[in-house]
Design a protein around this ligand. Sequence first.
Ligand SMILES: Cc1ncc(COP(=O)(O)O)c(C=O)c1O
Length: 451
Amino acid sequence: MRTIIEPFRIKVVEPIRMTTREQRERILDEAGYNVFLIHAENVLIDLLTDSGTGAMSSLQWSGIMRGDESYAGAKSWYVFRERIQELTGFEHILPTHQGRASERILFELVGGPGKVVPNNNHFDTTRANVEHTGAKAVDLVIEEGKHPTSRHPFKGNIDLEKLENLINEVGTEHIPLVMVTVTNNSGGGQPVSLENLRAVRKLCDRYGLPFFLDACRFAENAYFIKRREPGQRDRSVRAIVREMFELVDGATISAKKDGLVNIGGVLLLRDDALAQKADELLILTEGFVTYGGLAGRDLEAMAQGFEEVVDEDYLQYRIRATEYLGEKLLAAGIQIVEPPGGHAIYIDAKHFCPHIPPEQFPGQALVCGLYRHAGIRAVEIGSVMFGQGGNVPAMELVRLAIPRRVYTQSHLDYVVEATTEVFEQRDQLRGLEIASQPPALRHFTARFREL
Ligand SMILES: Cc1ncc(COP(=O)(O)O)c(C=O)c1O
């Protein structure tokens, strides 16, 4: 069959609310032109993030009822631990309340002033957690990963030459670990090849450095490897996932993505001494080692989610849905980061609004335009998110992130129609200036004025 269907049927529905253009104008103005500050009930199609916004399955909901809420040694913890061990091969498994809690624990232990952490592209919370310790976060994605129209199949790959140069430049004693983000969220949701991961492993071995994954979207990355990498087509996604984890010394995971849950995270570690210290920090700020920052029921839902996410029918539908949205936007003349990534489509805002210079935030202007026109909530990934402190991001992007198992094909068709209409009237989009901002992670709370 050519038609790829949603491999599930719908048992529970949640109404979404239409608003008028006049209402949305007022809502946008009251929110200081920052869609993070809009009440979610005033959003029709919410593509702000794919994180924690997915729909759980009937088996996950039944796991919620089975959850054992014992403080220590709960049955749900053992179910969860066994599932993660089976999937990843890791022995030290720490449950946290979400990805950034894993990052906070890890970098508190290995970061600090004078340290340098390379990554293909740090996600914003990863960068913030590295920098919070006084360490420096360095992005080393391959050159193709910075160009929206490059069709490289693995644009998330880290540049091995630049990585080796950095190691030689700063010295291994200043590099606590090398990290690679799969898929590369800040670089367009693009996958990293197994070949690249194997080569990073070799390089790390040569210099005696630990290698970690930011593995939020490990299953989507593994599916791309299966589809695109020579020699991988006949392997199961589960086998590819296992190899990805076997290559590394640890991983931070936000289970709000490929864990298919609304809250949860994991920190995986191989080193016994580091795991011991991490357990101590976990107890200090998250909770006892058999529940971390979660309830027993959350562990049950995560255990089931990590099982469902490696189902290849699910992954085929998931990746095709994103590709479908990307293909339709490209056909309408809208430049996106090509080829479409796993969890989101990234619109090139410089191309969409050539009349708005980066210092007037073209991505934010487009985000406001989409909300005003059709009640769609997207997010800017450009000068607002990464431009604080004089940093100049390589791309001005707007991300349309697709929650897992939530929207149907007609919802995506609506998004295509609305985005195309905004594109046809793009000269009406206006640049913005910042009215107020916090000292870090400004995209969450900054307020803007339209110019
Ligand atoms: C690549 C990546 N790393 C880390 C995180 C942080 O995870 P969380 O939001 O669960 O703290 C995210 C969240 O979007 C992410 O996409």
